[in-house]
Design a protein around this ligand. Structure first.
Ligand SMILES: C[S@@+](CC[C@H](N)C(=O)[O-])C[C@H]1O[C@@H](n2cnc3c(N)ncnc32)[C@H](O)[C@@H]1O
Length: 279
């Protein structure tokens, strides 16, 4: 059996960081070499290769698109949790949805987009808040679109099955008891909640597909941090173009539109910060 060489040579670093940047816009500075090693070592092992340089050779062979995609996906950070940072969900419940329900009373339609949704805790949180606090929306056309670059993580999101550690991170007990069932050591989300969500693969740096409708609420949290200012600007402009005039954008706690040439205004709603598109 071969032993795994551990040091990443500079050409391999350059190749992988260029590939990841080209395909996902994620910027890997040289101090992130350790991340490449830790994330790609399992792929190297699985393929029976000696080291990441050999993986780079494989990535350059014709017909290696799936392997390229797998490497890009392995380099994404999928950290997430239920009710992450709580404030956006409180604002959703107390102010945003009640206001939208009044303003959309005629068309009876609301569209919410959970972007870079990772393993689904964010869209499932939104779906549970809707079910818990807005039963009157049952007769409305509610679209809860949920997307990510990574098909691997979307497959997990679609299943709606979470382990105890994932459940322990942020999910209140009353939601657990009401919206999940336990099978073995795993918790499965209720089928009616799972069915509220349209999961789709979407790479933020590619042109957006026609989502057939404009957004009332966009969650775009904890993903812009991985991009250059130019990429953030480009993405926010595309997001702006698919938002209704009176809609709301949530970014992650450490993200902002400040210093970017985009047309959003920061608004405080209770304890939450959101961004409103301006013309
Ligand atoms: C840290 S998670 C954020 C999850 C969730 N939004 C939250 O705040 O808890 C970042 C997600 O962004 C996704 N991602 C990275 N680059 C992307 C891109 N170019 N297009 C779409 N999703 C991307 C990753 O696959 C990952 O699931």
């Amino acid at each position: 059996m071969s032993t795994l060489a551990s040091s990443l040579d500079p050409q391999a670093f350059t190749f992988i960081s260029n590939l990841v940047r080209r395909k996902s816009a994620i910027v890997l500075e040289s101090e992130k070499a350790y991340l490449i090693e830790s994330r790609l070592t399992p792929v190297v092992r699985e393929l029976g290769l000696l080291n990441i340089s050999e993986l780079v050779t494989e990535l350059q062979k014709p017909g290696s698109q799936n392997l390229n995609q797998r490497v890009v996906e392995a380099m994404t950070t999928n950290e997430t949790s239920f009710f992450r940072d709580i404030h956006p969900f409180t604002a959703l419940k107390d102010k945003i949805l009640p206001g939208l329900i009044q303003r959309r009373a005629k068309e009876k339609s609301i569209t919410i987009w959970s972007n870079a949704c990772s393993s689904g805790q964010e869209p499932y949180t939104i779906a549970m808040v809707l079910a818990e606090h807005f039963p009157m929306l049952k007769n409305w056309k509610i679209r809860l679109i949920s997307s990510d670059l990574s098909n691997r993580i979307l497959d997990k999101a679609r299943l709606g099955v979470f382990n105890q550690t994932e459940i322990n991170r942020g999910l209140p007990m009353n939601y657990l008891l009401k919206y999940f069932t336990k099978e073995g050591g795993q918790w499965t989300i209720r089928e009616d909640i799972r069915k509220m969500i349209e999961f789709r693969e979407l790479n933020l740096v590619e042109p957006f597909p026609n989502l057939l409708t404009k957004m009332d609420i966009v969650f775009l949290r904890n993903v812009l941090i991985y991009f250059s200012p130019e990429t953030k600007t480009e993405i926010l402009k595309k997001v702006h173009a698919v938002m209704h005039k009176d809609s709301y954008l949530f970014l992650g706690g450490s993200e902002t539109t400040m210093n970017l040439n985009v047309r959003f205004e920061r608004e405080q709603i209770g304890t939450a910060v959101c961004y409103r598109p301006v013309a």
